[in-house]
Structure formats: structure tokens, C-alpha cells
Design a protein around this ligand. Sequence first.
Ligand code: HEC
Length: 159
Amino acid sequence: MVTIMKYFLCLLLTLSTTISYANGADWRKSDSDEEKLKKIIKVIPSTSDIMFQMGERYKNLYWAAKQGKWEFAEYQLEEMESLLKTLMITRPKRKETARNFLDYGFNGYEDAIENKNWGAFQKTFNNMRQACEHCHELNQHAFIKLQKTPIKGSSPALD
Ligand code: HEC
């Protein structure tokens, strides 16, 4: 009888450790709030995560305007602005230069888009590219240059 009890006890223990191990493996459930916060901070978007998206939107913005998809162009700009605002939070050392860009980097688009003016858009786009590259210089990444006239977009919302 005692041996059977021991056997069951043993089985119960094995089962409960397996279950608690499975739970323990999920840090979202088992970690302290402090540990959770540390992990979350580690995985918030980096500058390169954000910039990779900026690069895609840069191309899509150009091609949206070129194809006369002005609303889509405007949408790209809004998303780019929002990406920079996210960057200001996730990477405090980029905050000041991102703020500067937000103050003047998008100047001129409002008129160009409102008037659906491709010529004015191209001028504004060129100014913005220089502002992008200027920020790269100020952040020790001067070697990251951008296509003056992106060869193609990447969004399936484009033709
Ligand atoms: C706040 C300054 C800042 C602004 C503004 C900025 N960038 Fe960047 N960008 C950076 C930095 C810094 C890097 C290098 C990434 C890193 O530090 O890991 C970078 C990298 C990039 C990359 C390379 C991403 C990769 O990992 O392959 C692209 C593409 C890019 N930026 C596009 C743009 C475009 C387009 C604009 C303007 C619309 C822009 N950036 C505006 C700071 C900026």
C-alpha cells in the first residue's frame, strides 16, 4: 500500500513540475513586473527597425505620388511622422535630431499633395531626402544615402 502511495506521489510530483515548468517557461506569466519591464525594453523597436520601414515608406511615398495616388502618398507621410515619434520614445539619443527633422523635413508636402502637383512634389521630396541624409550624418551614419528617385515602390497597393 505504501509503495503504491509513493508511486502516486511521485507521479503527481512529476506531473506538477512538468506543468509548472511549462508555465515557468513563459516569462510573461512567471517573471516579476521588474523583470518583465526589462525584457520589454529590450525588444522595443530599434533605430534600424524603424528606419527599415522609413526606407520602404520613402519609396512608396514617391511612387504613390508618381501614380497619382495622392491619398496613399499622404498616408505614407503620416506613417513616417509617426515612426519618428516612436523613435523619439524608443531611442532617446535620437530624440533631438528626430525633433529637428519633424520641424522642417516634411515642409512643402501639404501644398504639393493638396494641389496634386507632381513638379512641386518632386522638389519637396528632394528636400526631404537631404534632410534624411543630414540626420544620418548627425547620427554617425553618413554612409546611408538614399535613392534620389526610387526605382520602384514595394507596396502591393501600388500599380
Ligand atoms: C533622427 C535621425 C534620422 C532621420 C530623421 C532619418 N534617419 Fe534614417 N537612419 C538614422 C540612423 C541613426 C540610421 C542607422 C540605424 C542604426 O542606428 O541602426 C538610419 C538608417 C536608415 C536606413 C537603413 C536601414 C537599414 O537598417 O537597412 C534607411 C533606409 C533610412 N535610414 C531611411 C531614412 C529615410 C528615408 C529618412 C527620411 C524620410 C530617414 N531615414 C530619416 C537616423 C535617421
